[in-house]
Design a protein around this ligand. Structure first.
Ligand SMILES: [Fe+2]
Ligand SMILES: [Fe+2]
Length: 273
């Protein structure tokens, strides 16, 4: 078993964008959750995200399960599995601070809108800190490193939490290659291409990022084994709005993660830095 948890890095400097950071619509609900134990904070935050933008919640569930699938094959320890679960589930929680029309955009963004959208990493880390889950706040900030042009700073790659790359890779698989995202510039291609062609394109993109140091050789090998022997891609959904817990349960079974999911233990606190 590999134990990878080393505590969140606080050394990466993110400059806050020029906008109100905390989403006031949800501030009271978030602050109310602060006093609750972690097993109540998790569904509370999931509900807030669902109320704001259910498509982001579906994406978060899928990212979580893809990240757990990678972690299971990588043979990480139970504490790291739980950290990946929470980090992936809330990696985009900061999107509750981004306007819905911006999240659903179909057009090219202005520079100011782009800044607002990408502020969700910083906003998410503030939410995690304020709600008492600071130990996983780094994943909100770090999941874009190497994956978007806003956070493509090579010097930051080595400072990432060792588990961030699981979430970044899962995010790439469930977002970049997902035709349901209205702003995905590859969406048309993803709909048109065969599964084999999508995988070929995905491999090309992942190889490029591996070369840039975003993903390790070892993790990419795990992914390729999963692609060759299984289906690492989430199933298509007809509607974004009627997604509920039973859909999440089906997703767990789709990924064959029932055992690992049931074993996640929330009875103890998170590892401290
Ligand atoms: Fe994100
Ligand atoms: Fe994401």
């Amino acid at each position: 078993m590999r134990r990878l948890f080393e505590g969140c890095s606080r050394s990466i400097d993110f400059t806050p964008p020029n906008r109100q950071l905390f989403p006031s619509d949800y501030a009271n609900r978030i602050m109310e959750l602060t006093a609750f134990p972690i097993n109540e904070k998790v569904p509370g935050l999931v509900n807030i995200l669902k109320d704001h933008h259910s498509a982001t919640l579906i994406h978060s569930f899928e990212t979580t399960l893809v990240a757990l699938k990678l972690a299971k094959q990588y043979d990480v320890d139970a504490a790291s599995i739980r950290t990946i679960f929470l980090g992936a589930l809330f990696h985009d929680i900061g999107k509750i601070g981004v306007r819905k029309d911006l999240l659903d955009r179909k057009r090219k963004l202005t520079e100011e809108e782009r800044q607002e959208l990408y502020s969700h990493g910083l906003v998410g880390s503030l939410i995690m800190r304020d709600i008492g889950l600071e130990e996983i706040s780094c994943f909100c900030r770090e999941h874009h490193i190497g994956n978007t042009r806003n956070y493509n700073h090579p010097k930051d790659l080595s400072k990432r939490h060792p588990l961030t790359e699981f979430i970044t890779l899962a995010d790439l698989i469930t977002a970049t290659l997902d035709s349901r995202r209205p702003y995905n510039k590859h969406a048309h291609d993803v709909k048109r291409l065969s599964k084999e062609e999508i995988i070929k394109r995905g491999r090309k993109l992942i190889e490029k990022k591996k070369k840039a140091g975003v993903f390790s050789q070892q993790l990419v090998k795990v992914l390729y084994n999963l692609i060759d022997s299984n289906d690492i891609f989430p199933p298509p959904y007809k509607s974004k709005d009627d997604f509920d817990d039973s859909d999440f349960q089906s997703l767990i079974d789709h990924f064959g993660l029932r055992d690992i999911f049931n074993a996640i233990d929330f009875s103890e606190g998170l590892p401290q830095n």
